[in-house]
Design a protein around this ligand. Structure first.
Ligand code: TXA
Ligand code: MG
Length: 327
């Protein structure tokens, strides 16, 4: 399959390109597009065959459900049974990096929701994404546009690297704004709201709006996000967590890369120092993809000092990329 790549202006998207991409989605094809968090790999969420092609292109386990991207609240209401609290959050935070898991209506194919009774909905804060959803006339199922297990793509080059020859189209709008995926909450029981995946929208903002604490599902819970069971975000070389005070004597720093907000004491041959934690979150996945190509043997990543704001999501991505590697 030939994968077309088209540049598109994020502030003023060319309607012809949007309509071409919309037609691909409408007719059962696959188109990658930017959102504010990461690039998504989109297909018609209501067409099980199109959705199967997503799983195939990514090599994704078929019991890991997809997020349905909508252009507004009423489209979400046509897919899931909203409750008052979910509606309030959607009104307050959409478009934005918040995904709501709610009881699914029958119209959502089991394939899209990985066989579950719930489905995840989100309205992305990106003009190209919103125009594409409207143009296609259907909700767009879109996981991150990477090969399953790899770092999520935050620019079109990364999408191309993983998806060339496997999908119909990549809309190239440069780098995304946030850099890690949306926050996923299960709000199917409005009295007990679960944080399934910390991400682009901070826990504090959601808790303030709800006036309640978000619970984390325990690792045995059936309410756990299926996606968290799998290996994730890993570059092709090991990732090792360190902190400001870690002793790195055992690491051959000539063959290691480093990412963090603090300058390390050691003189790494390749390092990426970020000006803030939000820059760190923005650059984490692109940093993994850059450093894995430099002939290094591992990447050291600095553990964020606290878990406020974006840091809870950043810690989550770092932990899952590193597994148990820590010094
Ligand atoms: O920012 C994002 O959310 C990006 C962009 C493209 O919108 N999308 C994304 O999709 O990260 P994906 O497929 O890589 O991650 C979706 C997560 C997975 O962990 C999945 O298990 C969870 O959402 N999820 C989806 N539907 C669910 C459901 N019904 N119940 C529980 N978890 C669900
Ligand atoms: Mg993903």
């Amino acid at each position: 399959m030939i994968t077309r790549r088209l540049k598109i202006d994020p502030l003023n998207p060319d309607p012809e390109i949007i309509s071409l991409a919309g037609n691909i989605i409408k007719s059962g094809g696959l188109a990658a597009f930017p959102t504010e968090t990461v690039y998504g790999l989109g297909a018609n969420a209501l067409d099980p065959d199109a959705v199967s092609r997503i799983y195939q292109a990514k090599g994704r386990p078929s019991d890991n459900p997809l997020i349905l991207h909508v252009s507004n609240l009423s489209q979400a209401e046509s897919l899931v049974f909203m409750n008052g609290k979910a509606r309030m959050l959607a009104k307050k935070f959409w478009p934005g990096a918040l995904t709501l898991v709610l009881p699914a209506r029958d119209i959502v194919p089991l394939k899209t929701r990985g066989g579950l009774e719930t489905a995840a909905v989100r309205c992305p804060d990106n003009l190209i994404a919103l125009e594409l959803i409207k143009s296609s006339g259907v909700p767009i199922a879109a996981p991150s546009a990477n090969t399953s297990g790899r770092p999520s793509p935050t620019d079109s080059e990364s999408v191309y690297h993983d998806m060339n020859g496997k999908i119909d189209l990549i809309l190239d709008a440069g780098s995304v704004r946030v850099g890690i995926e949306s926050t996923v909450i299960d709000i199917s029981d409005p009295d007990r709201v679960l944080l399934l995946r910390p991400g682009g929208m901070s826990r504090a903002l959601i808790e303030d709006a709800l006036n309640m604490t978000l619970e984390r599902p325990d690792s045995q819970s059936s309410k756990r996000s299926p996606g968290t069971r799998y290996k994730h975000y890993a570059p092709s070389i090991p990732v090792i967590i360190c902190n400001k005070d870690s002793r790195l004597d055992d690491i051959n720093i000539n063959h290691a890369g480093y990412m963090g907000v603090h300058e390390p004491h050691e003189n790494f041959s390749r390092k990426i120092i970020f000006a803030s934690y939000s820059d760190y979150a923005h650059g984490l996945f692109a940093g993994f993809r850059e450093l894995e190509t430099q002939g290094l043997s591992c990447i050291l990543v600095e553990w964020p000092e606290d878990d406020s704001g974006i840091n809870e999501g950043l810690r989550d991505r770092i932990t899952r990329a590193a597994g148990n590697n820590k010094i």
